[in-house]
Design a protein around this ligand. Structure first.
Ligand code: ADP
Ligand code: MG
Length: 618
């Protein structure tokens, strides 16, 4: 109990029941005796628990010393949030927090039936939560009685101004009694917020619960360089690698959301979409599916996902790069909430690396540049997960005993284990083979990070060239040729050098040490799958006739570069199978999580010259 000192008992009990061990810094800050019943302008990073913070802060004001609310008449408190989802989220949060006070909580949000809301308001509510436009409508139609309000909360105030709700907010605040308390919560306090606060708050206490530079300490940023054609494959591998309970994938357009949703659905991911074109019902349904585990991946546009709180959100993927640092922070702030850890992965096509570097810099973030998890990384991670499965800790129980013995007798431990492994693997969607891209070293760093593999073709050494009987016209692509060569030729990617695509054939450079073994493995008919014929060449192929310059020795040859057509349709016989141990994205490294943010700091805006609301007494 001592952790929740100074909290109205009914709310302290609710926190306890909810299993909260301790308050977050911003929650402690709003309960500090210095604040008393004063107005407050509070900034704290996303995910720091601001909702519970204002729930706690306004409780003494609303309850006025009693334990429980009496029957509801005109509302005592109004909380305004930028979007429907956020308003409903706040409603849910206040519902459990105020459960033992007997509070009636009503929500008024765009997209819901106004008559239903009106009836709820008529029945009486202690607390009303809503979006600016809809609240304004209710006030204008006299269905929301503002006369008894003791507190008004603006939640995510910066987002509300960003979304153009200034006028609505002013309308609402002007309609509230002058004697109310005004609490403003915001992730950031730009000038526009400070101005709004000055106009509508009195002697407000300014609380900032964490310095900007300490933002997002619980989020690990990874910038993953990909070939442009590999963007979606990289996302698939990232999703597979982390297997997050909840993951949020951001796109810049609704069309992109629809496209990815369809693609991932086909790949057996349990996905939902969140974009502006859905009805309120569909959106609520999508979020509910994420919360109760029916869906693991949510694909969303920025507007649709503003402020969304999914407690199990462990992974944010930027499928399309954010266009500004604020969006990057907002998106990423959906994870790493309330002290939990999260990963924010940026999918960076080669051409966007510098831009991404600048984006990270202006957001004040440090990211690890790496390759996306390879197919091997994903499979290795799957195995680790199987090995660590707590199911192995459980003893055989009596119901199972008989059948377990039968299985072992009939098939033996080895084959039972093999069947088990196959069943585990078949339930998961196969990871994708990705093209190697040259490692990226952010400026200011002398060396590539350890988890980026050095270019392995600098020292490719003696080699033999082979010709394959498919070329660009047959949609040959390194991404399926390489696995095929490895599989059939008994070699690994390491033994393959440059690949030069021609219209009707492809030249492949193979390490001289392996050339004979490669041919032997292919067999006497010299054929790969799909009747692709392999021929050994003498010397270097004559690339000039096809307009190609042979790779200059001082230039790193890059596999498939220039010859790879990202728009070519995929061949039907493409398959995933890569030799083990070829690439290490390093994504499995232990993460040194940074320490929690420091103590909140207080300052009173004692400035006598602050402007007051027209309706407020001097
Ligand atoms: P913010 O509005 O600051 O972005 P939220 O209010 O949405 O953050 O809170 C983020 C998450 O943290 C929510 O799931 C909330 O239930 C949880 N949370 C809030 N306070 C605590 C606490 N004291 N202990 C544990 N979890 C908390
Ligand atoms: Mg919030």
């Amino acid at each position: 109990m001592s952790n929740f000192e100074g909290i109205v008992p009914a709310l302290a009990a609710a926190l306890e029941k909810r299993g909260y061990a301790e308050l977050t810094p911003v929650q402690k800050a709003v309960l500090a005796p210095e604040l008393g019943q004063a107005d407050a302008l509070v900034s704290a990073q996303t995910g720091s628990g601001k909702t519970v913070a204002f729930g706690l802060a306004m409780a003494p004001t609303l309850l006025g010393g009693v334990e429980r609310f009496t029957h509801a008449a005109a509302p005592l408190a109004l909380a305004v949030a930028p979007t429907r989802e956020l308003a409903l989220q706040v409603t849910r949060e206040l519902e459990w927090l105020y459960e033992l006070t007997g509070a009636a909580i009503a929500s008024c949000v765009g997209g819901m039936d106004m008559r239903t809301e009106r009836r709820a308001l008529e029945r009486g509510a202690h607390i009303v939560v809503g979006t600016p436009g809809r609240l304004r409508d209710h006030i204008a139609r006299h269905s929301l009685d503002m006369s008894a309000l003791k507190a008004v909360v603006l939640d995510e105030a910066d987002e509300m101004l960003d979304l153009g709700f200034r006028e609505d907010l002013e309308f609402i605040l002007d309609a509230a009694p002058a004697e109310r308390r005004t609490l403003m919560f915001s992730a950031t306090v730009p000038r526009s917020i400070a101005t709004l606060a000055q106009g509508y708050q009195r002697n407000a206490v300014r609380i900032s619960a964490a310095g900007e530079e300490k933002q997002h300490l619980d989020i690990e940023y990874r910038a993953l360089s990909v070939a442009p054609a590999d963007r979606e494959n990289a996302i698939i591998n990232v999703l597979r690698y982390y297997e997050a309970k909840n993951a949020l994938v951001f796109c810049n357009t609704r069309a992109a959301v629809n496209h990815l949703t369809a693609r991932f659905n086909n790949r057996n991911f349990s996905v939902v979409a969140l974009s502006g074109e859905l009805s309120q019902n569909e959106r609520s349904h999508a979020l509910q599916a994420m919360r109760d585990g029916r869906a693991k991946v949510c694909i969303a546009t920025d507007v649709a996902a503003r402020g969304i709180d999914l407690p199990n959100l462990e992974l944010v993927v930027h499928a399309d790069l954010p266009t500004n640092p604020e969006t990057l922070l907002h998106r990423s702030g959906r994870t790493g909430r309330a002290g939990r850890k999260g990963v924010s992965a940026l999918i960076v096509p080669n051409s966007a690396r510098r831009r991404t570097e600048r984006l990270l810099q202006s957001a004040g973030l440090k990211a690890t540049w790496a390759s996306p998890p390879s197919a091997d990384d994903v499979l290795r991670r799957d195995d680790e997960r199987i090995l660590a499965d707590p199911a192995f800790e459980e003893p055989v129980n009596e119901d199972e005993r008989g059948f377990v013995d039968t299985l072992l007798e009939k098939h033996g431990a080895e084959r039972v284990a093999a069947a088990f492994v196959r069943m585990c693997r078949s339930s998961r969607s196969a990871p994708e083979d990705l093209l190697d891209v040259a490692p990226f070293t952010p400026s200011g760093e002398k060396f590539a990070r350890r988890d980026e593999q050095p270019s392995r073709r600098d020292d490719f050494g003696a080699s033999v060239w082979f010709s394959l009987s498919v070329g660009r016209r047959q949609n040959a692509e390194p991404r399926w040729l390489i696995p095929m060569l490895c599989r059939t030729g008994g070699i690994t990617k390491r033994e393959i050098g440059a690949i030069k695509m021609q219209p009707e054939e492809t030249f492949v450079q193979i390490s001289a040490d392996w050339a004979d073994r490669f041919l032997a493995a292919i067999g006497p008919d010299r054929k790969l799958q799909n009747n692709i014929v392999v021929k050994r060449l003498e010397g270097t192929p004559d690339l000039s006739r096809a307009g190609y310059q042979p790779p200059r020795p001082d230039k790193k040859p890059h596999r498939g570069k220039g010859a790879f057509d990202p728009n070519a349709p995929k061949p039907k016989f493409e398959k995933r199978a890569a030799p083990a141990g070829q690439r290490d994205a390093g994504a499995s490294e232990a993460k040194p999580w940074a320490k929690k943010a420091g103590k909140p700091k207080f300052e009173t805006s004692g400035s006598p010259k602050h402007k007051k609301s027209k309706k407020r007494p001097a």
